[in-house]
Design a protein around this ligand. Sequence first.
Ligand code: FNR
Length: 383
Amino acid sequence: MSIICELSDLQRLYHKRVPKMFQGYCESGSWTQQTLELNSSDFHRILFRQRVARDLEPRSLKTTMVGHDVKMPLALAPVGLLGMQHPDGEILAAQAAEEFGVPFTLSTMSICSIEAVAAKTTQPFWFQLYVQKDRAFTKKLIDRAKAVGCSALVVTLDLQMIGRRHADHRNGMTAPPKLTLPNIFDIARRPRWALGMLKTDNREFGNIQGCATGVDDMHDLMKWTASSFDPKLSWEDIRYFRDVWEGPLIIKGIMEVEDAKECVKLGADAIVVSNHGGRQLDGARSSISTLPEIVAAVGDQIDVWLDSGIRSGQDIIRAKALGAKGVMVGRPMVYGLGAMGKSGVAKMLDIFHQEAELTMAFIGHRDINNITREDIVFQHETF
Ligand code: FNR
């Protein structure tokens, strides 16, 4: 029985249990992976100011995200193909989030459909939209999310075209998985549920059946994505989504002040400063290094969140100190899910909560909402 103390323990277990093709899909960045690496290494340049002799009881990480009460300022990010990392992956992750008290975001590219996740959860979840060229179909996705009571719409803007992800090309990443000999040998060494990965009956995409660009013959995921996602997406489209979606609208994939200002103008409720976990434009800055200028420009007009590179509860505190009202996590959820299913996602959330609470106490705070830029220094400022 493995002892799980931190995220890397879940990651190790994930490597043992999940087939290599899906590990590659989850872990790799694009091109040279420079941005993927910066996303993590830039967090480590942020150091804490330790404080002592403060009254540290009681402590709370509770806050709100677009009006929802949350146990800590973290939402599970939309991750495509979660149901390939573990059978019923989207349902299990949504249930873990619901039980813990943080939001779950269902990707357009999920295996379990919007309706299937709704049927197995009791709290509303968020729906993430990739805008398809087929606008009637895009609108239908929004209507389905509304019909099941999704409580926020997350529109992702940084995937009009897909970044070059060499690992996926090398691994022959397909959905459903192709029956190749390396796949069979690799999966056969893993737990029994991993064998089910090769069955195609429950490996379909739950949400995008029926899209005009030929989803029924989706053996090459990259090709399908390239032909369906809309390279002509514009701010006018966001205006339209704002009109048709009455609930909170969250725009994900913002890295520049000018784009953040457009989101404010269009009436979005929150933006996610994100480079898609280093999976799109390689050579882009890390999202944590971009955060302060965006917070300075629009932080008083819109909730600014961050994702890409959060690997611990300490990183949540670092992001808070630089002005993020909340964070999202992608790969940490996948590691938990692939390692231990629903209880692995719950474990990741619990670890992050403990780490964040302890770090908050060491820097002298009882309430996460009181953390500010004064609580950190950058490494190069220290000597
Ligand atoms: C993603 N991400 C993503 N984003 C989105 O809006 N829709 C999606 O379907 C996906 N799919 C997806 C798959 C995988 C395997 C990963 C790792 C990521 C991006 C995701 O929402 C988030 O922005 C990043 O994962 C954040 O970075 P970290 O937490 O993984 O470092």
